[in-house]
Design a protein around this ligand. Structure first.
Ligand SMILES: *Cc1c(COP(=O)(O)O)cnc(C)c1O
Length: 367
C-alpha cells in the first residue's frame, strides 16, 4: 500500500470544460495551456485526456516541457510559449514537431545560425500592451524581413500571437486597446503569415468575443476554475477537475489543556479527538491553512484543519464526527472545496494553488 495522498483528475470534467470553450468560439481551434504540469493537475494525464476529447494543440512553457510529454505520442502538437531558450532547442523542436513562439531578436539570430530539416512552425509574439514578451508594432517589419532572409532550415510562420493583461475584468477599456492594437498588427503584417493568429486566454474566450482568433488558448477554464472576477465557476458552467484526497492515519485523544503539534499554536480547551492526516507542506499544503483552520471534509462531513501543518502530516478536527484510521479526508477541490476559496484565503489566485501541489503527490484519472 502506498501513502494515501493523491489528486484525482476527472476526465469527464476536462472534456466538459473543453466543450464550453468550443461553444464560446465554435470556429476556433483550441490550444490548451498545460504548462507547469497542467497548472498542477498533472500534464501527462491532462494531455492524454484532452487529446482523447479532441483538443487541437497544447501550449507549454518551454521546449523542455514539450519534450517531457513527447513520449505519450499524442496527436496534438506543443507550442513553447516563450520560444527557444538556446539555439540548440531549434533543431530539437523542428525534429520533434514542436512549435515555437518567437519573442526576441536573439531567437531570430539562432534561426539564422542553426540547421534543421523538417519545417519548423512558429508564431511571432506581438506585444499588444502587456509589456512582458514580444515585439512592438514598429519592430515587426524588421522581424519579418529577418524571417524571410536566409535561415538554417524551412520555416512556416503561422500567425501573430499576443496576450491580454486584464481579460479577467472584461469591461476594462484596456482590453479594447489591446485587441485593437492586435488587429492592426494582423492587418499590416498578416500577409507574412498563414493567418493563424492567436489572442484570447480563458477569460477573453468567455467574455470578449471580439478577441477570438483562429487559435484560442484556454488554460484556467479547462480545469474548471473561474477566470472572470466576480463570476463563479458554476455560473460559467465550468466543472472542477481536481480533488485532493488523503486519509486519517492516526487518532489522538486530547484532554483539556493539551497542546497539539509543533510550537504552541493550538491548545485544546476540552477533551476531544483529533485526526492526523497523511498530507503536509511537503505535499504543497500551505502551512497557513492549519492556523486558519481551513475547511476539509472528513468522510464527507464538514470539518477543518487544526494547529501547525508538518512536512508530511497535518491535523483535522473530529468534533461530532466518528472517524477511524483509514477514513477518507478531502483537502481541496470539487465544488465542495473550491480552489478559488483557498486562493482567497491565502491572498493569491487559483492558478497558484494548483501549481503548488507537489510533484510527489500522484495524479490519478477518475471518470
Ligand atoms: C498561461 C497562458 C495562457 C492561458 O491563460 P489562462 O488565463 O489560464 O486561460 C494563454 N496564453 C499565454 C501566453 C499563457 O502564458
Amino acid at each position: 500500500m502506498s501513502r494515501p495522498n493523491q489528486v484525482e483528475i476527472s476526465a469527464s470534467a476536462l472534456a466538459h470544460n473543453l466543450a464550453v470553450a468550443r461553444q464560446a468560439a465554435p470556429k476556433a481551434r483550441v490550444m490548451g495551456a498545460i504548462k507547469a504540469n497542467a497548472y498542477g493537475h498533472g500534464a501527462p494525464l491532462v494531455a492524454t485526456t484532452l487529446a482523447a476529447a479532441g483538443i487541437d494543440a497544447f501550449a507549454v512553457a518551454s521546449v523542455e516541457e514539450a519534450e517531457e510529454l513527447r513520449g505519450l505520442q499524442l496527436e496534438p502538437r506543443y507550442t513553447a510559449l516563450a520560444g527557444p531558450f538556446s539555439a540548440a532547442e531549434i533543431p530539437l523542436a523542428a525534429a520533434h514537431g514542436h512549435r515555437l513562439v518567437l519573442q526576441n531578436f536573439a531567437q531570430l539570430q539562432w534561426l539564422q545560425k542553426s540547421h534543421w530539416q523538417e519545417t519548423l512552425e512558429v508564431f511571432v509574439k506581438f506585444d499588444s500592451g502587456m509589456h512582458r514578451l514580444g515585439f512592438a508594432h514598429n519592430e515587426l517589419a524588421q522581424v519579418f524581413s529577418q524571417l524571410r532572409s536566409k535561415l538554417g532550415g524551412p520555416l512556416r510562420v503561422l500567425g501573430l500571437l499576443s496576450h491580454l493583461a486584464r481579460a479577467d475584468t472584461p469591461e476594462d477599456p484596456y482590453n479594447a486597446e489591446q485587441i485593437d492594437a492586435f488587429q492592426k498588427a494582423c492587418g499590416t503584417f498578416g500577409i507574412h503569415t498563414a493567418g493563424e493568429h492567436s489572442l484570447p486566454n480563458s477569460a477573453a474566450i468567455l467574455a470578449l468575443p471580439q478577441a477570438v482568433t483562429p487559435w484560442i488558448r484556454p488554460g484556467l477554464l479547462l480545469y474548471g476554475l473561474a477566470p472572470l472576477q466576480g463570476r463563479s465557476a458554476a455560473e460559467l458552467d465550468l466543472q472542477s477537475v481536481l480533488r485532493w484526497r488523503t486519509e486519517i492515519v492516526a487518532i489522538r485523544t486530547l484532554r483539556a489543556g493539551d497542546w497539539l503539534g509543533y510550537g504552541a499554536s493550538w491548545q485544546s480547551d476540552r477533551d476531544c479527538r483529533v485526526g492526523v492526516i497523511a498530507c503536509g507542506y511537503g505535499d504543497g499544503l500551505d502551512r497557513r491553512l492549519g492556523l486558519q483552520q481551513a475547511p476539509v471534509l472528513v468522510r464527507g462531513q464538514p470539518s477543518h484543519l487544526l494547529g501547525r501543518v508538518s512536512m508530511d502530516l497535518a491535523f483535522v478536527a473530529l468534533d461530532g464526527i466518528s472517524a477511524e484510521p483509514g477514513d477518507p479526508v478531502q483537502i481541496l477541490g470539487g465544488p465542495e472545496l473550491p480552489l478559488e476559496d483557498c486562493a482567497q484565503r491565502l491572498d493569491t489566485i487559483a492558478y497558484e494553488i494548483g501549481t503548488r501541489i507537489a510533484q510527489r503527490v500522484p495524479r490519478i484519472r477518475v471518470p
